[in-house]
Design a protein around this ligand. Structure first.
Ligand SMILES: NC(=O)c1ccc[n+]([C@@H]2O[C@H](COP(=O)([O-])OP(=O)(O)OC[C@H]3O[C@@H](n4cnc5c(N)ncnc54)[C@H](OP(=O)(O)O)[C@@H]3O)[C@@H](O)[C@H]2O)c1
Length: 342
C-alpha cells in the first residue's frame, strides 16, 4: 500500500483528495493536516466522509509526515508549499503540489506573477502534472506541480490546435468557473448573495493562470500571446473553457475532429465529443475532461471547448492520476467512475 498524507485536508481540494483516496485500492491515508480546523475529525469537517475516515486533522509536522509517508499531497493556499516541500523531498518523500508554488519553471516568471520564491532551485526539478502531456516525466518525478483548473481545461483544449495557428495571433481563452474554485474560505466575492443569479468577469487579461498557459504553449513551440477572460458563475463545481485559435489556413471540421480524436485516443480521461458540445454537468465528480472542436474554415478559426470538474480533473483527481503514474499503477486506478448526473 502507498502511504499518503494530505496537507490542507480541510479545504475543498483536500476534501476531494480524502473522498477519492479513501476509495483507492492501493492507498492508505496515514495523516491529514489543517490550520484553523486542526484537532477536528475529518468527518466533522466533511459530513460526506462519515464512515470513510476516523482521522483527526493535526497541524503540519514535516518531519513526522516524512517518516510516515511515501507521498504527500499539498493542498495549501499559494506560498506555503514552498516551505514544506523541500523538507519532504530531502527526506526522500515524493510530493504532489496542488497549489501554484512549483508550476512555473522559470524563477523570473514566478517572481513576475507570484512574487519571490523561497526555494527557486526546486522549480527546475518540478514536473508539470498534466499526464496527457508529460506522463513519462511525471512517472519519474519526485516533485509534481499539478496545473490550475483553468489551465488544465484550456491547455488540453488548445494544444492539438497549435499546429494550425496563425503565427503571432493571440490565443483567446474565455472560461467560466464554479464557486468552489475559490476555495472553502468564505469571502464577500463568493457569498451566496453575490454569486447567485450573477455572472462576473474577474482579472480579465491579467489572471495568474495565463502564465501557465503561456508556458505550456511555448513548450509546444507556440510563443503567441494569450488573452484569458475568467468568469465566476453560479454553480458549485465546474470549468467550461471556450478557446479560440486563429489559423494560418482553412481547417475543415472533419480534419479538426480527426486530429483531436487521434491526439487523445490513448488518454482515457479526455473524451473527444463529436456529436454534442461539452457541458460541466456531464463531468461532475469525475476525472474526465470533455472536449469538442469546431472549425470555421471561412473565418480561419478553430474553437475548442473543454469542460471538467475543477476539484477533480482540475485539482485532486489529476493529482491522483499523477500519483498512479509515479507509483507505476494504471492511471485510472481509483478514478475510473462515471460522473454524477444530473
Ligand atoms: N479549489 C479548486 O478548484 C482548486 C483547483 C486547482 C488548484 N487549487 C489550488 O489548491 C490549493 C488549495 O485550494 P482549496 O480550494 O482547496 O483551498 P481551501 O479550501 O481554502 O483550503 C486550504 C487548506 O489549507 C489549510 N491552510 C490554510 N492556511 C494554512 C497554514 N498557514 N498552514 C497550514 N495549513 C493551512 C486550510 O486549513 P483550515 O481549513 O484549517 O484553515 C485548508 O485545509 C490552492 O493553492 C488552490 O489555488 C484549487
Amino acid at each position: 500500500m502507498i502511504r499518503a498524507s494530505i496537507v490542507g485536508a480541510s479545504g475543498y481540494s483536500g476534501g476531494e483528495l480524502m473522498r477519492l483516496l479513501s476509495a483507492h485500492p492501493e492507498v492508505e491515508i496515514v495523516a491529514v493536516t489543517a490550520d484553523q480546523q486542526r484537532g477536528r475529525r475529518v468527518d466533522e469537517s466533511f459530513p460526506s466522509l462519515r464512515a470513510f475516515s476516523d482521522l483527526t486533522m493535526e497541524a503540519p509536522d514535516w518531519e513526522a509526515l516524512a517518516r510516515a509517508c511515501d507521498v504527500v499531497f499539498l493542498a495549501l493556499p499559494h506560498g506555503l508549499s514552498q516551505e514544506g516541500a523541500p523538507r519532504l523531498l530531502d527526506a526522500g518523500v515524493r510530493v504532489i503540489d496542488i497549489a501554484a508554488d512549483f508550476r512555473l519553471r522559470d524563477p523570473a516568471l514566478h517572481q513576475r506573477w507570484y512574487g519571490e520564491h523561497k526555494s527557486p532551485a526546486l522549480l527546475a526539478q518540478s514536473v508539470y502534472g498534466l499526464p496527457e502531456l508529460h506522463a513519462d516525466a511525471i512517472a519519474t518525478a519526485r516533485l509534481v506541480a499539478c496545473p490550475g483548473c483553468y489551465p488544465t481545461a484550456s491547455i488540453l483544449a488548445v494544444v492539438p490546435a497549435l499546429e494550425w495557428r496563425e503565427p503571432g495571433a493571440p490565443i483567446i481563452v474565455d472560461a467560466k468557473s464554479g464557486v468552489s474554485g475559490a476555495g472553502r474560505g468564505a469571502g464577500a466575492n463568493t457569498h451566496f448573495g453575490e454569486v447567485n443569479e450573477n455572472v462576473r468577469p474577474y482579472n480579465v487579461g491579467r489572471h495568474r493562470h495565463t502564465a501557465e498557459m503561456l508556458q505550456a504553449f511555448a513548450a509546444a513551440g507556440a510563443n503567441e500571446p494569450v488573452f484569458f477572460s475568467p468568469h465566476l458563475v453560479p454553480m458549485t463545481r465546474g470549468i467550461l473553457a471556450t478557446c479560440y485559435v486563429r489559423t494560418a489556413g482553412a481547417v475543415e471540421q472533419a480534419a479538426a475532429e480527426e486530429t483531436y480524436r487521434r491526439r487523445y485516443e490513448a488518454w482515457p480521461f479526455v473524451r473527444v465529443l463529436t456529436d454534442k458540445l461539452p457541458e460541466t454537468k456531464a463531468t461532475q465528480g469525475s476525472n474526465f475532461c470533455d472536449i469538442a472542436v469546431l472549425a470555421a474554415p471561412d473565418q480561419r478559426l478553430v474553437v475548442a471547448i473543454a469542460a471538467l470538474d475543477n476539484l477533480v480533473k482540475g485539482a485532486s483527481g489529476q493529482a491522483i492520476q499523477c500519483m498512479n503514474l509515479m507509483f507505476d499503477l494504471p492511471q485510472e486506478e481509483g478514478l475510473w467512475a462515471p460522473p454524477l448526473y444530473p
